[in-house]
Design a protein around this ligand. Structure first.
Ligand code: FES
Ligand SMILES: [Fe+2]
Length: 426
């Protein structure tokens, strides 16, 4: 093309933008991992020790039970290919999607007999416990019945949501991993899910870092209708507290660093650019307007310390406004984002109103707000050198919690000790 027609160059440049590096797997061999993080909040870089496909020894939310009809459902979590179906009692159960006979996809099969799943290839038929109870292509006398077994995943349906134990060992008490409101019958649970094209850890690290609500979400509906413009800006660490080796509670300290007469100014002057941020003050009008209608809270977050605002293992964010967000790993650079809210109406009319409000107001708002996190955090290169700042202290603590105190970390330590014992004995 001539110099006057730039369409070729523009196409190449669009392709370059689309092919931008991101996420976890492209770490250069012997590259930049393991460097010291700078800026005072860091220390050793823990990222290489974080499993890209998530922690295993936990209960995870998988899907709404209503998604299961008569057909088996293919589902992927933590890199595992799974199939969900309903057993004889109608409970949702999960097996590996890989047929133990010759590896066909069980989700491609059918539930010809209520409560049983038959493989599409030779008709190995499994019950909810993964036992082969019939092998259609070999007839009723097949030895496969009673011998062949499919891998199973323990499941539990709570308040319409299916939870799955993804660990190798005995399942931990489910109450340790699932937010307490799921067990409180007088609270209604509202939930929804979507996908983000990023690693699960990036998807939860974006909470409690340098107060990005004020910046990334400045034009979100949620922010404009909020009575505060996110956490205050401060160059000091916000601090956090690990509780029971499972929760990381945000202390939100040092919020008054820039306060004048007890109030942090809305606009502040940045001498390096000779300008203020935010650039304009019109958003204050929205905030003032919606403040007139403000009510409600999220008292249930305060009931149990480990489930307060902040993080909870395996991949949960407890955010302001009473929202609980899961980032369940699907693949290394893909996670399933669940949002949960609660309401506490007693009457059926109140419950109906809460349901409608969730679908028409809460859900679009949180998708919009969180979508901005998705846009901002997805392009992160999770192998590149970082310069961590004091306001990244919560991120550092979260990584420590995952790498040092999670059940996987404890299990790996036990395995290491056993290996040493074995070697010594040998
Ligand atoms: S591969 Fe499933 S029955 Fe043969
Ligand atoms: Fe954010």
């Amino acid at each position: 093309m001539g110099a006057w027609n730039r369409s070729y160059e523009q196409r190449v440049e669009r392709e370059l933008v689309a092919g931008k590096s991101r996420g976890v797997p492209e770490a250069p061999a012997g590259g930049t991992q393991g460097h010291d993080s700078g800026g005072g909040a860091g220390g050793r870089d823990l990222r290489p020790q974080i499993p890209p496909l998530g922690l295993r020894e936990y209960w995870y939310v998988a899907l709404p039970a209503s998604k299961l009809g008569k057909k088996p459902l293919y589902w992927k979590m933590l890199g595992d290919e799974m199939v969900f179906f309903r057993d004889e009692s109608g409970e949702v159960v999960a097996l590996s999607d890989v047929c133990p006979h010759r590896g066909a996809s069980l989700s491609g099969g059918s539930c010809f007999y209520r409560g049983f799943l038959s493989c599409a290839y030779h008709g190995a038929t499994f019950n909810g416990e993964g036992e082969c109870v019939a092998f259609i292509c070999e007839g009723p006398d097949s030895k496969a019945a009673g011998q062949l077994r499919a891998r199973t995943y323990p499941t539990k349906t709570i308040r319409g949501w299916v939870f799955v134990w993804m660990g190798q060992g005995e399942p931990a008490p489910i109450e340790e991993d699932v937010p307490p409101e799921f067990f409180e019958q007088d609270l209604q649970i509202h939930g929804s899910y979507t996908y983000w094209p990023m690693n699960w850890m990036l998807a939860i690290e974006n909470h409690s870092d340098s107060h990005n609500a004020f910046y990334v979400h400045r034009n979100s509906i949620q922010q404009l209708t909020s009575n505060r413009a996110g956490r205050n800006r401060t160059p000091l660490a916000p601090h956090g507290k690990i509780v029971n080796g499972r929760g990381l509670i945000a202390m939100h300290s040092n919020q008054d660093y820039y306060a004048k007469d007890g109030k942090v100014p809305y606009q502040m002057y940045y001498p390096g650019v000779k300008g203020v941020w935010p650039l304009h003050r019109w958003r204050l009008l929205w905030i003032w307007f919606f403040d007139l209608f403000r009510r409600g809270g999220y008292a249930h977050f305060k009931k149990y310390e480990e489930w307060g605002l902040g993080h909870h293992l395996p991949c949960i964010v407890r955010a302001g406004g009473g929202s609980t967000r899961y980032a369940v790993p699907v693949e290394a650079n893909k996670c399933r984002i669940f949002y949960f809210y609660t309401s506490s109406a007693r009457s059926w009319l109140g419950r109906l109103y809460a349901r409608i409000r969730f679908r028409l107001v809460r859900e679009p708002m949180v998708y919009h707000f969180s979508g901005q996190d998705n846009d901002a955090a997805t392009p992160c290169r999770y192998w590149s050198p970082e310069y961590l700042l004091p306001t990244d202290a919560q991120v550092v603590l979260l990584r420590k919690l995952v790498v040092e105190q999670s059940r996987d970390a404890l299990r790996n330590r036990e395995v290491d000790v056993d290996t040493v014992r074995f070697r010594t004995a040998g």
